[in-house]
Design a binder for this molecule. Structure first.
Ligand code: G3P
Ligand code: CA
Length: 228
């Protein structure tokens, strides 16, 4: 049986606060094959790792990420001690120990992410398989493909496997990353026959993980990568 990749959702966020350096380190310690994270831009154009558009839910501050500078964002704490990380800080910590699935959340993140990846590829010897770019915003995925013909792209969907499959073909994606409740054994096989990896999210309970594994997916995105 082929190996099923363990992808740590927002880091090992079942154990440590989501989208923090400590949650990514925990994922590496748990031997995850990849980490998933979300990015937005700060007001001064820095790629910030944060799921929501605001910092309200996960930090001791309030406000929209893209209305604050890096310096302002760094003054807030996640769970009283941890800082909001930048994407560069994550790259420098992960150091190719596992691949990085960057979910483009904030408007305008495609170009700076591709620029940063180009820099790490040219100057630091990183490879395309160190990255997977995903988004629910398919326009940003089209932009990503135009900016870089080789980068691995994952088409996120919470609505339709059929539409995701058609779009994945159009942009020459690497994977389809669906809400796991959309999957059946048959549609997983269809996606794979069309040449795509299938990486469902966010599969957390032992029962759901067992069920999804029986569909022979290529990887599973989970808050608990060690359960996969
Ligand atoms: O990448 C899969 C998953 O992270 C998408 O949903 O809301 O957790 O970003 P969300
Ligand atoms: Ca995400």
């Amino acid at each position: 049986m082929n190996k099923i990749l363990k992808i740590a959702h927002r880091g090992a966020s079942g154990y440590e606060p989501e989208n923090t350096l400590i949650s990514f380190q925990k994922a590496i310690d748990l031997k995850a094959d990849g980490i998933e994270l979300d990015v937005h831009l700060s007001s001064d154009g820095v790629l910030i790792v944060m799921h929501d558009e605001t910092i309200d839910r996960t930090t001791n501050g309030r406000g929209e990420v893209n209305k604050m500078s890096l310096k302002e964002l760094k003054a807030f704490k996640i769970h009283n001690s941890k800082e909001i990380p930048t994407l560069i800080e994550v790259f420098d910590m992960v150091k190719q120990h596992c691949f990085i699935n960057i979910e483009l959340k904030g408007i305008g993140t495609a170009k700076p992410v591709i620029d940063l990846i180009s820099f790490y590829s040219k100057e630091k010897g990183w490879h395309h398989d160190n990255f997977l770019i995903s988004s629910f915003d398919w326009k940003m995925l089209e932009e990503t493909r135009l900016l870089n013909p080789n980068i691995r792209i994952g088409v996120l969907t919470e609505e339709s496997i059929e539409e995701a499959l058609a779009f994945a073909k159009k942009i020459k994606a690497y994977s389809i990353n669906p809400d796991y409740t959309l999957l059946t054994k048959e549609n997983v096989a269809l996606q794979q026959e069309n040449g795509f990896q299938v990486f469902p999210w966010t599969v957390n309970s032992e029962e759901a993980i067992l069920n999804i594994k029986s569909f022979k997916v290529n990887g599973i995105i989970s808050n608990f990568p060690d359960r996969i």
